[in-house]
Design a binder for this molecule. Structure first.
Ligand SMILES: Cc1cc2nc3c(=O)[nH]c(=O)nc-3n(C[C@H](O)[C@H](O)[C@H](O)COP(=O)(O)OP(=O)(O)OC[C@H]3O[C@@H](n4cnc5c(N)ncnc54)[C@H](O)[C@@H]3O)c2cc1C
Length: 379
């Protein structure tokens, strides 16, 4: 009997665990560990914030995965021993033949003075109810969406949120001026300047400015301060907080402080035999020097590739499946429409496009979610 241990039951971890269970011998064990007892679709956060649809509709108890033969353990991953492929989950030690690290990115709002006190994190489940309430109660004024560091999860989501919020306030007759700031020189650097034209145009048309190249230094009551004494005032500040690799991965030596877990971009191997890392906790440089975007679809495709490799290894075969760097994810553009960012991210240079917005793509995005909930949890 062999054992595969998957750390983190998010997008990548669940995809990996389900694929492992499908491909491994029944006598092999698949263990999935998470500190939470339910999975929540990241895509849902924006819909929840604007009151379109509650988070709960995209949440499922992890215990349902037990019915598929996956052993689900609720606990905190506290330490990793790379040489022995052993993991401490709370006070219990598990050794495994293969380990898949899918712990995502952690948020560090305390890295920016005043951020915790004066902003709501639009990216964290903990702040979501209060942020949603603040949006519902907003009487009008300046709404600022601040990107406080890069890279962050789902690069287009702050712009998607801005466009959806703008629709939300217009529909309610509330006079709100929505803007976005961030450190990047253009809205989506991975698309290149020309590739951003469509999103730039949509933001422009809807009166949502992007203040580029702004690295926030501090937040005070009503203003975000940038370098050189420039600042932007706000009545409501929604933050994309600074993202970091989970502390346990830095402590174990898998990620350097301030960096991400390095992996072979095709095999997702970490360099430690039998230990793979996938999804938002990894840093995969592209040919243009930018990182592979942190997106659920990539975490999922990487998880499936790793599962096939592990299954082949457990059978005593040479693994051949790789992650090819292709993928697509949706960007809501407001007005009930969505575009798709898609292409070959591993090409040199990356060959990526943003498609023309349509209602059909917005419907596809909804299907994207329901299909996964169905595939993983049976509905
Ligand atoms: C607003 C928003 C919109 C998005 N929209 C899209 C979209 O439309 N399409 C798309 O593809 N992606 C989207 N994403 C991105 C997507 O949600 C993430 O990229 C994806 O969830 C990453 O998957 P992951 O498995 O790497 O990490 P996660 O899904 O974050 O999972 C990590 C898991 O590890 C657990 N964990 C962490 N540390 C520990 C520990 N020490 N002990 C125990 N458990 C731990 C966490 O509880 C979590 O369950 C969006 C994200 C946001 C915030």
């Amino acid at each position: 009997m062999a054992r595969a241990l998957v750390l983190g039951a998010g997008f990548g971890g669940i995809a990996a665990a389900v694929a492992l269970r499908d491909q491994l011998d029944r006598s092999d064990e698949v263990i999935l560990v998470d500190r939470r007892d339910e999975f929540v679709m990241g895509t849902r956060k924006t819909w929840h914030l604007i009151g379109a649809s509650p988070l709960a509709e995209g949440a499922r108890p992890l215990s349902r995965l037990a019915g598929r033969g996956i052993r689900v353990i609720r606990g905190e991953v506290r330490a990793l021993e790379l040489g022995s492929r052993a993991v401490m989950v709370d006070d219990d030690r598990f050794e495994a033949d293969a380990v898949v690290i899918a712990l995502g990115a952690m948020h560090e709002p305390s890295a920016v003075p005043g951020l915790v006190e004066y902003a709501w994190s639009a990216w964290s489940l903990e702040d979501l109810p209060a942020a949603t309430q603040a949006i519902q109660d907003f009487p009008g004024g300046r709404v600022v969406i601040g990107i406080f560091g890069s890279p962050y999860t789902c690069p287009p989501a702050p712009f998607e949120l801005a466009l959806l919020l703008r629709d939300h306030f217009v529909a309610r007759g509330i006079d709100a001026q929505v803007s976005v700031f961030g450190p990047a020189p253009i809205v989506l650097p991975v698309l290149g300047a020309a590739g951003c034209a469509l999103l730039d145009g949509r933001l422009d048309e809807r009166g949502v400015p992007y203040l580029a190249g702004r690295q926030a230094r501090a937040v005070t009551d009503g203003a975000v301060r940038f370098a050189e004494s420039e600042q932007i005032g706000f009545d409501l500040l929604l933050a994309v907080p600074p993202h970091r690799a989970p502390a346990v991965l830095v402590e174990s030596g898998l990620a350097k402080p301030g960096s991400w877990v390095g992996v072979d971009r095709a095999t997702l191997e970490t360099g430690h035999p039998g230990i793979y890392a996938i999804g938002d906790c990894t840093g995969i440089p592209l040919a243009n020097g930018l990182p592979l975007p942190k997106a659920g679809l990539f975490a999922e495709r990487e998880g499936r590739a790793v599962a096939s490799r592990i299954a082949a290894t457990f059978r005593g075969e040479e693994p051949h499946t790789t992650f090819d760097g292709t993928g697509a994810c949706f960007v809501e553009m407001g007005g009930g429409e969505a575009s798709t960012i898609r292409g070959d991210f591993y090409a040199d240079p990356p060959a990526i496009e943003l498609t023309m917005p349509s209602q059909a793509q917005r419907e596809e995005k909804v299907r994207f979610e329901t299909e996964r909930l169905q595939r993983w949890f049976g509905g």
